[in-house]
Structure formats: C-alpha cells, structure tokens
Write a protein of this length. Structure first.
Length: 666
C-alpha cells in the first residue's frame, strides 16, 4: 500500500525537475517506510537512442542498497543536473508484504527497460507467481509487486484481467515506448492525471501532487462543483481541480510515445443479471464458500491486521470469519454521544452490539465516542486529506481510521456488501413504478438529488451560471446507465439500479475510504470486493436479495413515505442474512439497516449551531464566490429552524468552504 507520482514529457526536452521531489513528499503519509525516485531517458527525442536511467533511494534502506544512491547525496544531485529527463517515476512505500529492502520501488525487470510503481495488494499473487515460475520466470523477492511486473512481461497489459485485488499502478515499457496507468476493477485505489499546456503528462495518487508540479491546476472546476451539489458525488472523471481527471475504475490508460497518442481502455464493468440456476440453499452455500475464501485471501500480511466492527452484518461477518484464522484480532468501533439526538438518530450508536460481537469473537476491542464539536475540530485536516468533497458525511470515518492506526497497519472494512446484495431497499424500489427507461431515469434522477431540490440548483449556482450553463446533470446521470442491458422487466430495472449504485455511490465511498485511511498510513481492505465473490453476487436472482418486490411502493416526493421505508430496511440482503445464520447471532442477522452516521442533524440545530452560522452566514466566506448567498442562507435556515432536514447540504457547504480556504487564492 503506497503512493505514486510521475511525469512524462511529450513535447519539451525535459520534465521540470525542481518540483519533482516535493510532489512525492506531499504524500509521505501514504508510505512513510521508503521513498524511491526514477529519472529516465526514453530515447524518443535524443540523438542517442540508448535509454538512460537513474534510480534513487531515500529511506532507512538506502545504506542497504548500494545500487540506489540517496537523492540527497550531493554527487547524486550533480549527476541528476547533468541530464535532461523526459520520464519521472516516484514511489512512497507502506511496507505490508515483504518488508525488506527488496520491495523498494520503482522496480524493474532484469533488463532495466520495464519499470513499475505500484500501489495496492494483489491477493492472488502467490498463484500467479507459481504460474509464472512454470513459464520460466525467476523471482528475487516475496512481493506482489514483482509478480505484477513479470505478469506484464508475460501477458502484456492484459495482465490486469488476472489480478484479484486492489491496485493503481504506472508502468513504463521502454521496448514498446509506452507508459501505462491502470486502476482496479472497482476503484478501491485512486489514480489522477492531467496534461500541462506544455504537453507534460502528470499523474499521482493524490491531486495535490499534480498541483505541486504545476500550480495552474489549482483552479476550481465549476462543472464538477455543480455535479457534486446535485448528487453529493462526482459521477464523471472530473475533480474539483480543473484539468485533473480521475482514471475510471476498471480502466487502463496507454500513452504511446512514438505517436503521442493517449487512449483509455475499459477492461471490466459491473453486470447485474439474475443468471444463476442454483436454488436458495445451494446459493447460500456457494456464497458462504466464496465469502470465506475472500476473507482468507485478504488476511495475508506481514504486519498486524484489525477490523472495523460497527455492529452491522457486513463488518460483523468479516470479523467473525477473520477470527477463525487469526488468534487475536483488534477491532474498532466509533460511537456517538446521543444526548441531544432525536428521531431516527437515536439509533445511530451501535457500540452495544459491537461489544457483544467482540465478546463472541474474542477480539481485542477499542472504541471512540464522537461528540458535538469533533467535526469542527477535525474539519481542516479532514478536508486537506480528502482533497475534494465526496459522497457522505464522512468525518466519523476519519476518526475511525485514526483510532485503528494506533494499533494496526491493515484494517478490514465491510464496504461493498450493501451494493452487491441490495442493502438499500428503499432506493431500488424506485424501479417498480416506471413506465419505460426514460421514466425510470427521471424518477431515479430526482431521488438522487441528495443535497437540494433540483428546482433550487439554478438559484444556488447563479454566481457561476455562465460557467455551467451547458451542463445537464440529468444527462450525466443517464450516461452512467448507458452500458446497462435493455430493461424489460421490473427486475431488470432494479438490476440497473444496483449497477448504478455500484458505479457511483460505492465508488465514492471507496475514494473517501482510501483518502481517510491513508491520511493515517493505514491500509483498508474490502473483502466484499473479491473478484469471484462479486461475479457470483451479480448473478444472484433479485428475489433472493430483496423482499416484497411486487408490493413495495415509494413516492420519492413524499418524505413521510420515504421515512416509512427507511424503517423497513431488513427487506434487503436476504440471501446474505440467510448465509450469516451459520456464524452470527439472530439479533445481528435480522437487524435493520442503520448505516454509519453521526447525529449531525440535531447537532447542527443545537451544539454546533454557532459554528454553522459563523461559517455559512458570513457573506465574505470563500464559498460564496461560487454559490448564491441568499439561496444558501434560506436553505440552511430551513434546517436550523426545524422545517427541513438538510444535514447533508450543511455538511457539504462546510466541507466545500474549507476546500476553498485550503486550495484557492482570493
């Protein structure tokens, strides 16, 4: 688990060397154990066609690696300054597998013509290693990085199809004169890129490194802002930084230096279709087999592993199986002070259930209780590490990662279970009342107006109306569904909804989880997103996942009906609940869906009221360079006066305002 940065000059003789080292230092938190730098001549624009490289080490391992001089060494700096380099690769390492210096990156093949910077874990690397050895390849480390490298040597970039894991990597092939960027199927690990006006291609695990290379990227993309305040998420490849893009999940990007052509290829996509012919009992048995296999795969580590234990069935099931293999498992729960909570928020604290599960599984359990005011205390640091607002009110995740990082370097998360098995029934039933595909898109689009009513968007964005006049967020929404199979039945439409949420909501959660865990040098693993498990889960018939398909109704414009459905959330994940009866108590398997959320709706009206007013009722606050003050004031006031629940909108405003303070010059 690591961080990577790089730059490739497509036109000018050399990349700008003055900011390269600091690009990597900005993401030290992603890999505090080691740093490696590669400066390379590709030979495409030099009189000599012989490639030249220099690889530097900057870590406690430097004295153990005589072939890798330290970048801080004066002689190395003089050598660096004597050349023009058109390729730069650099890596920060969080040592999880094979902690020895042998895992140093950038890593190359024996010819020094193929170079790799890799962030992530390949859980099936031992099986791949055996296959590659049988094909004649020799290995010198115990790392999955070396397996990825020689998988590429053997199978080319199509090797990504063989990886079961989470990854984002950059690979340069000097034989083919090509640079590849690739991201895992689901988008667990992020990878950003941008192109400067001088045609330098810059990429990194985090936006800030790209902005450090060229400050011209540090401008707000107003189209991304509109997208975010429509969906509380970004569905396209845009970011808040204009010109910086997020490589889509399940894609790889190719730069051919000979032609300077840049292509993006999709190698995998979700496909929810009720395809399995197994009966319910056989389906549950196969699900248990695959789930156990996934958890077992993701326990590989040379450092301590822990698990989040929220009290729900997803994290509870993972910890239950992990403790069958690990004699001691550290578990972590974040709870909430509910003194001033009301309504549905009274059920947000799940510490009692977590403690019960910890007792059953005999884990070493740690808890943290968040109170009103904890959001204010972490907001600046939180916004810095998240880099841009994304889905959810996620500062509790920041505290959860902070807690876990005090005891372990790897933590298991239950993310993905809801999206695979229908854990949000009130969302999917939208499909039951549609007449055709466009009607379905219209209704589902309105349902996903998470922050403000669609009718308010024009007023809210009045200050930048000209910048976003050409953007139609309904088209953005519809484009997510363009690759789904034609819908003929109600089940088809619900499968479209499962596809949509896996592509958007789940992806947003994964981006948030990566940023907030890596802020604390913590690796998060998601056992639900195992390739074999995901493939099987997508094939499970809907009536094994959801109850009352023909009778459930919801009017998305009727808040009362929506609240009623929110109370009936044990109608989802039926087959998963059935499978869990083998190793979880009934009070857990039959529990309703609550989610991991703090009681901020009440806190914003009470203890945090002064903070909200100070930040959001100041006409000179930086967010009002882009959002209309009067519209914002009116919508926020409706919440503070108890006339509407706009906690997500208020959170998003606070988060965006802090983003402006950190990133934009006024």
């Amino acid at each position: 688990m690591c961080g990577i940065v790089g730059a490739l000059s497509l036109a000018t003789p050399s990349v700008q060397t003055q900011n390269l080292e600091s690009m990597l230092s900005l993401i030290t938190h992603r890999g505090p154990d080691d740093a490696g730098y590669l400066f390379y001549h590709t030979g495409t624009r030099h009189k000599s066609q012989v490639s030249f490289y220099q690889n530097f080490c900057d870590s406690e391992f430097a004295h153990l690696s005589p072939l890798l001089p330290c970048l801080q060494d004066p002689q190395s700096q003089r050598e660096l300054g004597r050349h023009e380099w058109d390729l730069f690769l650099a890596h920060r390492r969080l040592a999880i597998i094979d902690k020895s210096p042998a895992g140093h990156q950038p890593m190359s093949d024996l010819s020094r013509n193929i170079w790799l910077c890799f962030n992530g874990e390949i859980y099936n690397f031992k099986e791949l290693r055996t296959q590659l050895q049988q094909l004649g390849h020799q290995f010198f480390t115990q790392t999955d990085t070396e397996v990825l490298l020689y998988a590429y040597v053997q199978w080319g970039i199509d090797c990504v199809q063989r990886f079961n894991g989470m990854f984002a990597f950059a690979l340069y092939d000097n034989f083919k004169k090509r640079l590849y960027l690739a991201r895992d199927r689901y988008g667990i690990k992020p990878l950003y890129y941008g192109i400067t006006p001088e045609k330098t291609f810059v990429f990194a695990s985090e936006n800030r490194s790209i902005v450090r290379y060229d400050s011209r990227f540090g401008v707000l993309d107003c189209e991304a802002l509109l997208e975010y305040f429509t969906f509380q998420n970004i569905f396209t490849d845009k970011t808040f930084f204009k010109g910086i893009h997020l490589l889509p999940a399940g894609h790889y990007l190719t730069i051919d230096l000979a032609t300077q052509r840049i292509d993006t290829t999709q190698y995998w996509d979700f496909c929810f279709q009720s395809a399995t012919s197994l009966d319910e009992d056989a389906c549950a048995a196969e699900l248990e087999r695959l789930f156990r296999q996934s958890v077992s795969r993701q326990l590989m580590s040379d450092v301590p592993i822990g698990g989040y234990l929220s009290g729900g069935i997803d994290s509870g099931s993972i910890c239950a199986l992990a403790t069958e293999s690990l004699p001691y498992l550290n578990t972590f729960t974040v709870g909430f002070d509910l003194t001033s909570a009301k309504g549905i928020e009274l059920g947000f604290d799940e510490r009692a259930v977590s403690e019960r599960l910890s007792y059953l599984f005999k884990t070493e359990h740690y808890e943290m209780v968040l109170k009103s005011g904890d959001m204010e205390r972490c907001l600046h640091t939180f916004a810095y590490h998240l880099e841009e607002p994304r889905v959810g009110q996620s500062y509790p995740n920041f505290y959860a990662a902070k807690l876990a990082s005090k005891f372990v370097r790897v933590v298991l998360s239950g993310c993905g279970g809801d999206e695979l098995f229908g854990g949000y029934p009130w969302r999917y039933y939208q499909a039951l009342d549609c007449h055709d595909f466009d009607d379905y898109v219209d209704k589902y689009y309105l349902f996903w107006q998470r922050l403000v009513p669609n009718s308010e968007l024009k007023n809210l964005f009045a200050p930048i109306a000209q910048d976003v006049a050409h953007v139609w967020t309904r088209d953005i929404f519809r484009n997510v569904l363009q690759h789904t199979a034609p819908a003929k039945t109600k089940e088809d439409y619900i499968n479209n909804s499962l596809y949509f949420e896996a592509k958007t909501f789940l992806h947003g959660l994964l981006v948030v989880e990566d940023k907030l865990s890596m802020a604390h040098s913590l690796e998060t693993r998601v056992p639900f997103l195992d390739n074999e498990l995901v493939d099987f889960a997508q094939s499970i018939p809907l009536h094994y996942k959801l109850r009352n398909l023909e009778h459930q109704r919801i009017n998305e414009n009727d808040l009362g009906s929506k609240r009623a459905v929110l109370k009936k959330t044990n109608d989802g994940k039926l087959i998963f609940r059935k499978m869990l009866q083998n190793f979880l108590p009934n009070e857990v398997t039959d529990a309703i869906k609550k989610g991991f959320s703090s009681p901020d709706s009440s806190w914003f009206e009470g203890e945090s009221l002064a903070f909200v007013r100070t930040k959001l009722f100041d006409k000179h606050a930086p967010l009002f360079d882009y959002l209309d003050y009067n519209t914002t004031h009116r919508l926020v006031s409706e919440h503070l006066e108890g006339r509407a629940n706009r906690r997500l909108f208020i959170w998003s405003l606070l988060n965006f305002n802090e983003w402006c303070t950190i990133n934009l010059r006024r």
